[in-house]
Design a protein around this ligand. Structure first.
Ligand code: ADP
Length: 402
């Protein structure tokens, strides 16, 4: 069936129309600069040079969805003759709190709960809600499904999701680890098990999702049992501009020493830290850091080495938590593309029995094993596909509905 996947941000809407029976993308694109003027619309039909790339003003998300539907049904470049050919819309929703353990059909009650979760993701959930409402307006008869970044991590045991703060704050305010990138971790762990030719139920896999945002997850028997992001996506490993885990007293110290407000300090930790901050504001893009590193640039070496160190530390702790690991999988922009980063991480894991196959690592393409057969823990590089994951979950929700 045809599923339209929507990933709505506050000023953008990314979309993909997927034929789920064959797991193929029919078309994809995005609407940019919604509500801020200077809007732009991109639409590409897969496997052809048909498409659109034009400036369109999008005063709001409704106009963006309207433009998209017109393109999908356009007599010349369209891919469906009527919008009714689209069986469902799968929406990416960043925060489902602890209310959603899987993708869910959107009903008025579900919308209310997603709205309640906005507190936890004030930048993301309101935009996701807007995306749902706009689609409901333009496609009133079509089933809407929400797929949550947090849902896959709802299997975390209490010992993994609690913080060492008074329990009453968990009870009163729900302060706990949630974890993110769930769709990616779920999809990539399934792909890993399938490449190993094993039933995922019998596997222990560590997924390293390394993009601008990054998180590492310990997956046991197909279920997330710990993950590096926490109450928010600021926690865990060092990222492009985010600091990752740190001593909370640092927030206090930075405010006191710089004279900045709490809000400004949080801005530093979210947008000026990570690889960007560590490199002396050189770049948050790993390609720039890697190139400067190769030239012996001290700031790049400092940022890169710290980044690798933290990844190794998380992997090591998850091997302990899992009681051993069958596989470590690298995914997302950096994890999929940077063979040198994978090598540098794996070299530091040699003591745990990791043996990289350098040819497969640097010359291979697509989802593949990049360790030797003899490696005690197998290593994989697998492209993530969050949109496909959302589309497949949407089909599952529809088929469960009967
Ligand atoms: P997000 O979705 O979180 O914005 P991505 O998964 O797209 O992030 O990853 C973006 C990161 O991937 C950037 O830091 C970019 O430098 C890095 N990246 C992309 N291609 C390469 C490459 N060939 N080598 C190293 N890093 C790469």
């Amino acid at each position: 069936m045809k599923v339209l996947v929507i990933n709505c941000g506050s000023s953008s809407l990314k979309y993909r129309l997927i034929e789920t029976d064959t797991k193929t993308v029919i078309c994809k694109g995005l609407c940019e600069r919604i509500g801020i003027g200077g809007g732009h619309f991109k639409y590409e039909v897969a496997g052809s040079d048909k498409g659109m790339d034009k400036n369109v003003e999008f005063p709001d998300h409704n106009t963006a969805v309207d433009t998209l539907i017109k393109a999908l049904t356009d007599p010349e470049v369209g891919v469906v003759s009527d919008v009714s050919e689209i069986a469902a819309v799968g929406h990416r929703i960043v925060h489902g709190g602890d209310r959603f353990t899987e993708a869910t059909l959107i009903t008025p009650e579900v919308m209310k709960i997603i709205e309640e979760c906005s507190d936890l993701a004030p930048l993301h959930n309101p935009a996701n809600i807007q995306g749902i409402k706009s689609c409901q307006k333009v496609m009133p008869g079509t089933a809407m499904v929400g797929a949550f970044d947090t849902a896959f991590h709802q299997t975390l045991p209490e010992e993994a999701y609690l913080y060492g703060i008074p329990y009453e704050y968990y009870e009163k305010y729900g302060i706990r680890k949630f974890g993110f990138h769930g769709m990616s971790h779920e999809y990539v762990s399934k792909e890993t098990a399938s490449l190993m030719g094993r039933d995922i139920k019998d596997t222990k896999i560590i997924v390293c999702h390394l993009g601008n945002g990054a998180s590492i997850t310990a997956v046991k028997g197909g279920k997330s049992i710990d993950t590096s992001m926490g109450y928010t996506p600021l926690d865990g490993i060092i990222m492009g501009t985010r600091c990752g885990s740190l001593d909370p007293e640092i927030v206090h110290a930075l405010a006191e020493k710089t004279g900045k407000s709490l809000e400004d300090v949080m801005h530093i930790l979210n947008f000026e830290s990570g690889v960007y901050g560590l490199s002396g504001y050189m770049s948050s893009d790993m390609r720039d850091i890697r190139d400067a590193y190769a030239k012996g640039d001290k700031a790049a070496i400092r940022a890169y080495d710290t980044y690798i160190y933290v990844i190794v530390k998380y992997i090591g702790s998850y091997i302990a938590v899992l009681g051993g690991a069958d596989a470590i999988t690298f995914t997302a922009g950096i994890g999929e593309n940077s063979s040198s980063l994978r090598r540098h991480v794996c070299e530091r894991l040699e003591g745990l029995g990791v043996q990289l196959d350098e040819k497969a690592n640097s010359e291979g393409k697509g989802g593949r094993m990049i360790s030797t057969e003899a490696s005690k823990i197998k290593v994989f590089a697998i492209p993530t596909d969050e949109e496909m994951s959302i589309a497949l979950s949407t089909v599952e929700v529809l088929s469960n509905r009967g």
